[in-house]
Design a protein. Structure first.
Length: 693
């Protein structure tokens, strides 16, 4: 009975595990690695094969998590390595060094994705201090690793030698690397080859094989570029979990990113929210200092007729009064026409407050929340200053920041202005803040022109909105305790021409839209451009000679990563040609030159497509675009969603596909599929173009 139950369990569980290809790839005798052909003798081939098996077994959560991190991080690493002209295979070294754990720490105090010691990291230009550690920052550390590889390649003239130099340093590597490897396009791995290089090759073979057969992750990492925001602000803005946001940005030890330099914050999201988050990122606004445009002041009284007449301003949409030289709180209250206690209450003051000349005080109840979400405190500011700047009641401001009474404000503290700071979220302090800047004051004249009073027209009399007139010629004003107090009647006088504008806000000019240009697609029948392989050349050197990426060159020539480049081979090096017999689709491609103020989101709306499609067509990772950049915004004059790069009779390999699944899809025998594509093994790459007819 027990055996029957075990058999039944095995049969039930088998389909679940069969959904994923857990096969172990064979280690070939000859393979291209880091743009160099590697020959393995029998013993070394067996040893590398054992390493491959150990990397892919057992199939457990640790391996699955590692593979998912590769799916998340590799697109960004690949982009940097290609920009730095460093072989793509070197990305697997980050897996070998740290398992792609940003906070990985070795016994020798090496830290981060690429395991730099502090001295080496500093020498390579990485910032390492109490606030930030760029060894844990994917983008800067990968750039530093690429620089280190290139520096060693100037010495060894061989990328495989550079891999060992990465581990041992140039001096240590030179003792173990044969001199014959210098400038060599082909090397031998044997019993004398360092174990580190054998393991590096095993990482490439094992994880390239598994990633090509892995289903796409249901989650991914997006980039949020910022120069000053805190992780808390980004979490609120994008509605993502703050603790998870911190987990993927461990390079940041302070509350917010340092100002003055753009950093890319990684945002973990589900694929279901990708489009939503991309649009939020495209429309983001940087927060350097929220009070830059506050308070909003508009002068209402242009000329006074007596010393007792108030000079009124509109402050943040509320009625306010200007403090003139010699004014005290009681005098301002008297000018406004209501009791001192009311004036003090409207401005959250006590009777000991000393009025400051040139400051505008409120004559209306302040708002319950500000017009912006956050404020970064400057040196010398108090909670009362901030409440006046934004026109928010002090009691509400304290509540939003979980305080019962005002306390000293540390410069750089992030002040919440619209809602209560979450209980589990610590106070954020931005280290680099703007210099001390006092509450804005208005220049005050000591003498004013006096004019004969003329009657007011009805429109000007209604200065205090939502208020009612009384028979005594004053306006009633409601306060926090709902008592009615009196305001002065504002009388219009005939002023001399005297333009007074405390602040002029000029509208931004609309960005100049470039006219879309439709460009006819090239026909594949045009003459093919080819390159005859010479002694010592590699696919990498040829790809750079013709401005192609390595994957492009392989795709144009239907080559897999295991195909060997031979002397005398003829390669197609024209992007507009392939070894496929298919014809390109008709119609045109629409380009757009990026102008100031434009984002991927605005372009997607302008051309009725999606952000994701524009990213796909232009190989863009993230949301950054540059002024003057030429982007494809439409394919074949149709909606981007219908775009397909494939030509009739061919198939472009996507994630999770195998030769077997493709042969079944097109009802073609596996052996025939391998034959018409000149394949010696079942290994294929994502993006590889296969003939299927």
């Amino acid at each position: 009975m027990k055996n029957i139950i075990l058999l039944f369990s095995a049969l039930v569980s088998f389909p679940i595990f069969a959904q994923v290809d857990y096969s172990i790839p064979e280690t070939p005798k000859k393979i291209e690695f880091a743009n160099v052909i590697v020959n393995l003798d029998i013993e070394t081939q067996k040893k590398v094969g054992n390493y491959v098996t150990s990397l892919l077994t057992p199939q457990n959560s640790y391996l699955e998590n590692k593979l998912e991190l590769m799916q998340w991080y590799f697109p960004y690493i690949e982009e940097i390595l290609e920009q730095e002209n460093v072989p793509d295979d070197l990305k697997y070294l980050a897996v070998q060094e740290s398992a792609l754990k940003s906070d990985a720490l070795s016994s020798s105090a090496a830290v981060g994705f690429w395991q730099f010691k502090e001295a080496t990291g500093t020498e390579l230009g990485l910032v390492i201090n109490n606030n930030i550690d760029e060894r844990k920052y994917l983008f800067a550390s990968t750039k530093a690793a690429a620089d280190y590889f290139k520096k060693n390649n100037l010495i060894f003239k061989n990328w495989i030698s550079c891999i060992y130099a990465y581990n041992q340093g140039p001096t240590g590597a030179s003792k173990a690397i044969p001199e014959s490897w210098s400038y060599a396009s082909e090397v031998d791995f044997n019993k004398d080859t360092p174990e580190y290089l054998l393991k590096a090759l095993a990482h490439r073979i094992a994880f390239e094989h598994r990633l090509n057969r892995l289903k796409a992750s249901p989650r991914k990492l997006l980039v949020y570029p910022t120069r000053s925001k805190s992780l808390a602000q980004i979490a609120v803005e994008l509605s993502v979990d703050l603790s998870e946001l911190r987990q993927y940005n461990l390079w940041l030890n302070s509350a917010s990113t340092p100002s003055g330099k753009e950093y890319k914050v990684l945002i973990p999201i589900s694929l279901a929210r990708e489009q939503e988050i991309l649009e939020l990122i495209s429309n983001r606004k940087e927060l350097v200092s929220s009070d830059k445009d506050f308070p909003v002041l508009v002068k209402k009284t242009l000329v006074t007729t007596s010393d007792d007449q108030p000079i009124l301003y509109d402050i943040n949409g509320k009625v306010g009064i200007l403090a003139e030289p010699g004014d005290e709180a009681s005098q301002l209250a008297s000018k406004a026409g209501f009791p001192l206690s009311t004036f003090l209450k409207l401005n959250d003051l006590d009777d000991k407050h000393i009025v400051k000349t040139g400051r505008v005080y409120y004559l209306e109840k302040k708002a319950k929340k500000a017009a912006v979400e956050f404020h970064t405190a400057r040196k010398g500011q108090t909670f009362w200053d901030i409440s006046q700047i934004y026109g928010i009641r002090l009691k509400k401001l304290l509540k939003y920041n979980r305080l019962k009474s005002p306390e000293a404000v540390q410069p750089g503290r992030v002040i919440w202005l619209q809602k209560k700071r979450p209980k589990n979220q610590p106070v954020e302090i931005i280290e680099e803040v703007l210099t001390e800047d006092e509450y804005p004051t208005i220049p005050v004249e000591t003498r004013y022109e006096r004019e004969d009073v003329v009657s007011s027209d009805p429109v000007e009399e209604d200065l205090f909105n939502n208020s009612s007139k009384t028979n005594s010629g004053v306006i009633k004003l409601s306060t926090d305790d709902e008592t009615e107090v009196e305001k002065p009647v504002v009388k219009k006088v005939k002023p001399k021409p005297q333009p007074v504008q405390p602040r002029v806000i000029e509208p931004r000019p609309e960005p100049v839209r470039t006219k879309p240009v439709a460009i006819e697609s090239y026909e594949t029948s045009r003459e093919q451009r080819t390159h005859l392989v010479r002694q010592g050349e590699t696919l990498f050197s040829i790809s750079k000679q013709y401005g192609l990426s390595l994957s492009e060159l392989r795709r144009l020539n239907n080559m897999s990563s295991n195909d060997i480049l031979k002397y005398g081979d003829e390669l197609i090096v024209n992007r507009n040609s392939t070894r496929s017999n298919g014809n390109s689709s008709g119609g045109g491609i629409v380009y757009h030159n990026v102008t100031k103020g434009e984002t991927l989101y605005s372009l997607s709306k302008q051309y009725n497509t999606s952000v994701g499609n524009i990213q796909t067509w232009n190989d863009i990772i993230g949301t950054n675009i540059s002024i003057g950049e030429r982007l494809i915004v439409s394919q074949n004059g149709t909606d981007a969603n219908n775009y397909s790069p494939q030509t009739p009779g061919t198939h472009t390999v996507s994630k999770g596909e195998t030769l077997y699944s493709i042969s079944k899809r097109y009802d073609i025998p596996l052996s025939q599929l391998k034959s018409i594509n000149n394949l010696n093994s079942n290994i294929i790459e994502i993006g590889q173009v296969l003939r299927v007819r």
